[in-house]
Design a protein around this ligand. Structure first.
Ligand SMILES: Cc1cc2nc3c(=O)[nH]c(=O)nc-3n(C[C@H](O)[C@H](O)[C@H](O)COP(=O)(O)O)c2cc1C
Length: 194
């Protein structure tokens, strides 16, 4: 089953409330395929599928995170409808290069992502330059990262890898995941509601 079908099926997805739906998804699947590179128990990289609305339509891609569950390796989009030279600059290697080493969460140890795009020059490890002339696409990128890295999605899963970090309510937000063939992990992206 495709991810979008899983999200739309009542048995395998759920509706997001207006407050939750900052990425413009309407519905989200309960399980996602996460790719672990290296040792499964102590991976070098955790590759997460992400998606959200850009200016012209749904953007789909991957975010690669180091095994610490907090340091970004790279971001890439394999599907989008943004304009060449504007929003489509998400796949410009010079813009993508900024992401390496950026941090998702601060030292507080909670599940609220700090990473975001900013106009006028990134000034710390939680900031990446917005795409010039493409504020609306940039807002879409920020919003989808804020959603997928939050408590509503991969936040509890990534917390497992972050040393000294426990989800606020470990029992409620504990993430179920299981091995499937080929070293893929099916991570529960909706640990809270079930
Ligand atoms: C034909 C056309 C295509 C556009 N494509 C995009 C786009 O892909 N992404 C985007 O954010 N803005 C796009 N814009 C510009 C937006 O309408 C808006 O002006 C822009 O996002 C503002 O960004 P800025 O504040 O960085 O100038 C496009 C505008 C036009 C006329």
């Amino acid at each position: 089953m495709t991810v979008l079908r899983a999200a739309s099926d009542p048995a395998s997805g759920r509706t997001l409330s207006g407050d939750q739906d900052i990425a413009g998804l309407s519905r989200v699947e309960n399980y996602a395929t996460v790719y672990l590179i290296g040792n499964e128990d102590d991976p070098e990289q955790i590759v997460l599928p992400i998606r959200g609305q850009g200016l012209w339509g749904l953007m789909r891609g991957f975010l690669a995170v180091e095994g610490d569950g907090n340091t970004i390796v790279s971001i890439t989009y394999y599907e989008h409808s943004e304009t060449p030279g504007l929003g489509a600059e998400v796949n410009n290697p010079r813009w993508q290069a900024q992401w390496e080493g950026k941090k998702i969460y601060d030292e507080e140890g909670d599940l609220s992502p700090e990473i975001h795009l900013t106009k006028g020059g990134a000034s710390d490890e939680y900031e990446v330059d917005a795409l010039s002339g493409a504020t609306l696409t940039s807002n879409g990128v920020t919003n989808m990262l804020q959603f997928w890295l939050s408590e509503e999605a991969f936040g509890p899963y990534l917390a497992r890898f972050r040393s000294g970090t426990e989800p606020e309510d470990a029992e409620e937000t504990d993430t179920n995941f299981e091995d499937v063939e080929g070293g893929l992990i099916m991570a529960d992206v909706n640990a809270k509601a079930f």
